[in-house]
Ligand binder design. Structure first.
Ligand code: AMP
Length: 748
C-alpha cells in the first residue's frame, strides 16, 4: 500500500499532511523531530545534507553552507547557489527538500508515499508550476495535482465552517509570498475561487529586512560605529531579525521591546518597540491592502460583501496584520485555522480526491476582457449567507480553481506602430480552460513554414509589464493558399500552459518546439519599426514597375466604382518622405477621390483590403511586376477578389479561380479583375480573358492586395487575420453553448 499526501512546500517552512484512515480527517504528519513544520532550509555539511532545526539554526547563525528561501526563484534556470563548485537551481534544491519531506513522512507513517498534491502560491506563473512538478518527480513523487495555497487553506477551513453563499477573502502572507484570493462557498461544498492576486516577492522576509535595518541603524546610532561593511556581523543581524520580529509578535503590548546584543562589539544592546517596527513596515501592509481592494474590484464586490477574512501564512501572526484587516473590513479576521498548517491540511483533503467536477461558467472574451454571468457564480451580494455547519464528509468538498494570470500573445496593434498583449484567456477564469484561435497564415513555398508565438502572462497591454513565459515555434506548416492555422491555448488543472496547433482541418497536431525566450526583449517595448517588420513578413508591396536605377515606385491608378467603402487605412498619417518618390495611387470609392501613397500600401500588413457588396460592379486594373520581390526571399504578392486569387512569387505563379488555375503568369503582366452582373467574376491577363465564373452569393466580398513575407511572426497575423476566438471549459466533453465557437478546442 502507499499513501497520498498533501505537501505545503513553503518558502520558509514546509509541512506534510494526510487523511487519517480512522478519523477520515486531514492530519499533519510529524517530521523525524516530532515537529509539524520542517524549515525549508538545506545545509550542505561535508558532503552530507542536513535538514530540520539543525539546518535552520546553522542558517540563523549565518553559516555559509546553508540555503533557504529558494522557492522565490522557482522556475528560473539560473543557479540559486553553488556548493563545492556545483550549481543548484531552485528546482533542484526543492527536489532535495521534497525527497527529505517524503522520506521523513514515510518513516512517520510507516508506509510508502508515491503521490502528492503540492501547493504553490496562487500567483505562481506556469514556469514556476512546471518547475514544482519536475522537482517533485525528481524526488520520486507523482504529482497528483498542484493546487493554490489559499484554496488549500480555504478547504481546510471550509470543512468545519461551511457557509453557503459566503465570500471569503483568504489573506495569505507567508515568508516569501503574498496571495489574496476571494473564494466563494457555494452549494453542496463547492468551493470556487473568484479572483486572486498576489505578489510573489513580498513576504515575511521583507519584514525581516526592515527589522535588520532598524537594528543596524540603532546600533550605529548608539555606538557611533559603522557596521554595514562588516559582512559577517550584518549576516548575524540578518539571522537575528526574524527572531526579534517574532518576539514582538509574541508580546501583546504596544511598547514591547526586544534586546539584541552584538557579538564582538561589546555589550551594545538595542531595543525596538513594536510601534517602531510597525511604522517602518506600514507601507508593506498597505501593499497587501491594495491587492485586497484590487481583488474585490475585479470581482465586482464591495468591502461590505466580504463575509469573512481568513488568515493564512506565518506572517499573519504579526499583530499588525489582523489589526490592519479589521480596520479595513470592519470585522475581526477569522483565526479558526492554524495558519501554518491549513495549507498542508487542505492539500491532504485534495489528495483524497480522484476527480472533480467543474461547473461551467458562461464566459465570453470580448476585446480581451471576460464577461461573466455573475448569477452563475453565486456572487450576487444580496444572497443571504447560510449559517455555519460542518461538512460531515470530505467527499462533499469540491474545489474549482481559477487562472491567476491572463494569458496572451504578443501582437501588433491596428496602427502597426506598437506591440501589445492580445489576451486569449482572461485572468480569473475557471481552469482547466482551453481557447482555440484561428490564424490566417501566409506561408512561403518552402516545405516547412514556422510560426513563432510569444506567450504572455499578465493583464497589462504592454508586453514588457507581463511575464513573457514561453516562446513556442510551430513547425512543419505546409504551404497552401490562405493557410489557416488553429492554435489551441490551454491552462491545465495545475495552471500550466500548453499550446497545440493544427493546420486547416487536420486532425493531427503540428510539431511545436519550445525555445528560450530571448534575453533581450526590449524590442517589444519599442515602436514597431520597419526593421522589426523585416524580421517578419511584411516587407513591402510593389505593384507596378520599378525603375532599376533608383527606388522609384510607379503605380498605375486603380479605379473602384460603386464600392461600399468599409475598411480604410490611415492614409493621411502616412509618411511621404523623400526616399519614396512615388506617384500616388488613386482609389475612387463612392465618388470620393481618396489618395493612397505607394509607401502606405507597402507598409500595410494586409495590403489593401476592401469589403464590397457582390451586387456592385467592380473592376481593378493594374500592371504587376513581382520580380521586385526577390530581395525578400519567401515573400509573395497575394491578390484576391472573391473567387479570384493568386499568390505570386518573384517568378510569377498561378492565377486561380475558385481554387483552380486559369493562367500561369510571368512576373510582369497586366491584370484586370472584375466582378459584374451581381456575381460574375472575370479575370483578364494582358488583354485576354482567361477565365470567368458566376457565383450568386449574397455574402460580402473581400478584395485584397498584399505583400506577404513567409517568415514566422504570429504577432503580425494576430490582429490582421484572426478570425475568431472561442472559449470553453474543458468539462467532460461539454461545451459552452453561449459561445458557439467556430473553432472547437480539441482534446490533448
Ligand atoms: P509560511 O511561509 O507561511 O511558513 O510563513 C513563514 C513566515 O511567517 C516567516 O517569515 C516567519 O518569520 C513568519 N512568522 C512565523 N511566525 C511568526 C510570528 N509569530 N510573528 C511574525 N512572523 C512570524
Amino acid at each position: 500500500m502507499s499513501v497520498s499526501v498533501g505537501i505545503d512546500l513553503g518558502t520558509t517552512f514546509s509541512a506534510v499532511a494526510y487523511i487519517d484512515p480512522q478519523t477520515k480527517l486531514p492530519q499533519i504528519v510529524p517530521n523525524s523531530e516530532g515537529r509539524k513544520l520542517t524549515p525549508s532550509v538545506i545545509q550542505f555539511l561535508d558532503g552530507e545534507l542536513i535538514f530540520g532545526s539543525e539546518a535552520q539554526e546553522s542558517y540563523n547563525a549565518g553559516e555559509d553552507d546553508c540555503v533557504a528561501t529558494f522557492k522565490r526563484e522557482m522556475g528560473s534556470d539560473r543557479p540559486y547557489c553553488f556548493v563545492d563548485g556545483k550549481a543548484y537551481t531552485s528546482e533542484e534544491l526543492s527536489s532535495l527538500l521534497l525527497r527529505h519531506l517524503k522520506e521523513d513522512a514515510e518513516a512517520s507513517l510507516g508506509d510508502t508515499i508515491k503521490e502528492a498534491v503540492i501547493t504553490v502560491p496562487a500567483y505562481f506563473y506556469s514556469r514556476e508550476r512546471e518547475a514544482t512538478i519536475r522537482a517533485a518527480e525528481a524526488a520520486g513523487l507523482r504529482v497528483k495535482k498542484i493546487i493554490d495555497e489559499p484554496n488549500a487553506a480555504a478547504m481546510a477551513y471550509g470543512l468545519n465552517h461551511w457557509r453557503e453563499n459566503a465570500s471569503i477573502m483568504v489573506y495569505d502572507l507567508g515568508g516569501g509570498t503574498f496571495d489574496v484570493t476571494l473564494v466563494h462557498m457555494g452549494k453542496n461544498g463547492e468551493l470556487s475561487t473568484i479572483t486572486t492576486r498576489g505578489n510573489h516577492k513580498l513576504g515575511g522576509r521583507d519584514w525581516d529586512a526592515r527589522m535588520e535595518d532598524i537594528l543596524i541603524a540603532k546600533f550605529e546610532n548608539e555606538t557611533g560605529l559603522s557596521i554595514r561593511d562588516d559582512h559577517e556581523l550584518v549576516s548575524i543581524v540578518n539571522g537575528m531579525s526574524e527572531g526579534v520580529k517574532k518576539q514582538l509578535s509574541a508580546q501583546n503590548m504596544l511598547a514591547a521591546k526586544a534586546s539584541v546584543s552584538f557579538p564582538g562589539y561589546g555589550n551594545a544592546v538595542v531595543t525596538v518597540t513594536r510601534k517602531e517596527f510597525e511604522d517602518s513596515t506600514a507601507d508593506l501592509l498597505d501593499r497587501t491592502g491594495a491587492l485586497c481592494l484590487a481583488v474585490l474590484d475585479e470581482a465586482g464586490l464591495a468591502i461590505g460583501d466580504v463575509t469573512d477574512v481568513l488568515l493564512v501564512g506565518g506572517s499573519t501572526r504579526m499583530p499588525q496584520v489582523p489589526a490592519y484587516l479589521q480596520k479595513m473590513f470592519g470585522k475581526k479576521p477569522l483565526s479558526h485555522v492554524n495558519p501554518d498548517e491549513a495549507v498542508a491540511l487542505g492539500a491532504a483533503i485534495q489528495s483524497s480526491k480522484d476527480n472533480e467536477s467543474y461547473a461551467t461558467l458562461a464566459v465570453r472574451v470580448v476585446d480581451g476582457k471576460k464577461t461573466t454571468d455573475r448569477s452563475k457564480t453565486g456572487l450576487n451580494s444580496h444572497l443571504s449567507v447560510k449559517a455555519e455547519k460542518k461538512l460531515n464528509s470530505l467527499g462533499l468538498l469540491s474545489l474549482r480553481e481559477t487562472t491567476a494570470h491572463a494569458m496572451g500573445v504578443i501582437a501588433i496593434n491596428d496602427e502597426e506602430n506598437r506591440y501589445y498583449n492580445e489576451i486569449i484567456i482572461p485572468a480569473n477564469h475557471p481552469r482547466p480552460v482551453r481557447a482555440a484561435k484561428r490564424f490566417r497564415f501566409y506561408t512561403s513555398n518552402k516545405a516547412n513554414n514556422e510560426l513563432a508565438i510569444y506567450v504572455l502572462q499578465g493583464d497589462s497591454e504592454n508586453p514588457l509589464d507581463c511575464q513573457i513565459t514561453y516562446k513556442y515555434v510551430v513547425t512543419g506548416i505546409k504551404h497552401k493558399t490562405g493557410t489557416v492555422i488553429k492554435i489551441q491555448y490551454s491552462y491545465d488543472v495545475n495552471g500550466v500552459i500548453h499550446i497545440q496547433a493544427r493546420q486547416d482541418d487536420d486532425t493531427v497536431d503540428l510539431p511545436i518546439r519550445r525555445e528560450n525566450v530571448p534575453a533581450d526583449i526590449s524590442v517589444f517595448g519599442q515602436p514597431v519599426k520597419s526593421e522589426n517588420k523585416d524580421q517578419g513578413f511584411n516587407v513591402g508591396l510593389q505593384l507596378g514597375v520599378i525603375n532599376t536605377q533608383s527606388v522609384v515606385h510607379k503605380y498605375k491608378p486603380i479605379t473602384f466604382s460603386n464600392v461600399e467603402w468599409v475598411k480604410y487605412d490611415n492614409v493621411s498619417d502616412h509618411p511621404n518622405g523623400d526616399e519614396f518618390d512615388e506617384p500616388k495611387v488613386h482609389i475612387i470609392a463612392n465618388e470620393e477621390n481618396i489618395e493612397f501613397h505607394g509607401y502606405n500600401i507597402s507598409e500595410m500588413n494586409e495590403g489593401v483590403k476592401y469589403t464590397i457588396s457582390p451586387f456592385d460592379d467592380f473592376e481593378i486594373e493594374c500592371d504587376i511586376n513581382t520580380s521586385t520581390i526577390s530581395p525578400h526571399p519567401g515573400g509573395y504578392l497575394e491578390i484576391s477578389l472573391g473567387l479570384i486569387s493568386a499568390q505570386l512569387t518573384e517568378n510569377g505563379g498561378d492565377i486561380l479561380m475558385d481554387g483552380v488555375s486559369v493562367a500561369t503568369v510571368d512576373p510582369c503582366f497586366h491584370l484586370k479583375m472584375s466582378l459584374t452582373k451581381g456575381g460574375q467574376y472575370e479575370v483578364e491577363i494582358d488583354g485576354k480573358t482567361v477565365g470567368s465564373k458566376f457565383k450568386a452569393s449574397t455574402n460580402d466580398v473581400d478584395v485584397r492586395f498584399g505583400f506577404v513575407h513567409g517568415s514566422h511572426y504570429c504577432h503580425l497575423l494576430s490582429h490582421a487575420y484572426v478570425t475568431d476566438i472561442s472559449m470553453m471549459q474543458a468539462v467532460a466533453g461539454e461545451t459552452d453553448d453561449d459561445d458557439s465557437p467556430d473553432t472547437e478546442p480539441w482534446d490533448d
